[in-house]
Design a protein around this ligand. Sequence first.
Ligand SMILES: Nc1ncnc2c1ncn2[C@@H]1O[C@H](COP(=O)(O)OP(=O)(O)OP(=O)(O)O)[C@@H](O)[C@H]1O
Ligand SMILES: [Mg+2]
Length: 257
Amino acid sequence: MNIIELTDVSKTYERNVKALKQFSLSVQEGECVGVIGESGSGKSTLAKLLVGLERKDQGDLSILGSTVSLQNKKEKAYFRQHVQMVFQDATSVLNPKLPIWKSVIEPLENFKKLKPRYLDKSPDSALEIAKVLLNMVGLDQQYLQAFPDDLSGGQKQRVGIARAISLSPKLLICDEPTSSLDVTVQKQILLLLKELQQKNQMSIVFISHDIRAVVFMCERIIVLKDGEKVDEFLIDDIYSNERHPYTKILIKAASYK
Ligand SMILES: Nc1ncnc2c1ncn2[C@@H]1O[C@H](COP(=O)(O)OP(=O)(O)OP(=O)(O)O)[C@@H](O)[C@H]1O
Ligand SMILES: [Mg+2]
């Protein structure tokens, strides 16, 4: 079973803005697929369709073997556990009034019966669980009692990632997860995501306008332009002559070659 199977999916917003046009995508278990494209090319629209925040107008969309109609409660809960998102700005997902330890265990609180494998050896207290999660994302325990305002952008993103992986999801959608961070911090967050992906066998859709980040993270890259997929290739074929002219422009702009 493919984790993601999209066939000819389209999304048009009000005033006839065609954000995604007949877009197809397959993602297998454990695979990390990159999506690049300039601002307005439809990247976030794709992310929102994948996590169920937007509805497609046309085409077939299947995530984790389900058509995401989410009719019954069980299907809904399964989807909510296994499809998680990491946003560009972690500030938007953290409640400024909650200490970090509470923010980090919030998703698990909604799944009382779930006991992810990474908690096998740890006691059940919420604070202990928060410690384990902070440890998984390389954030010092001194921040357990801190508030989002006390943290740097990179630290907040680590908390966002901790929340996203806390339910041991099968699929992680990352929409520009490093775009608002300093270059050195960007690299650390990418390393963290890669490590977590390998440890947990997650599939990742990694969305970015930064081709370098995508090349670092992914085995396969999809290029979006004006809502259309104009190119798709394996990393090894990045310099192939068959690349779409637009892909070549992106590569040149990143001064790869
Ligand atoms: N809720 C909405 N209502 C109307 N139009 C929208 C909405 N969301 C996005 N759009 C439009 O759809 C197109 C694609 O937007 P989208 O946010 O998917 O692009 P993006 O590739 O994520 O851009 P960026 O790199 O700036 O984040 C744009 O023209 C945008 O203005
Ligand atoms: Mg976007």
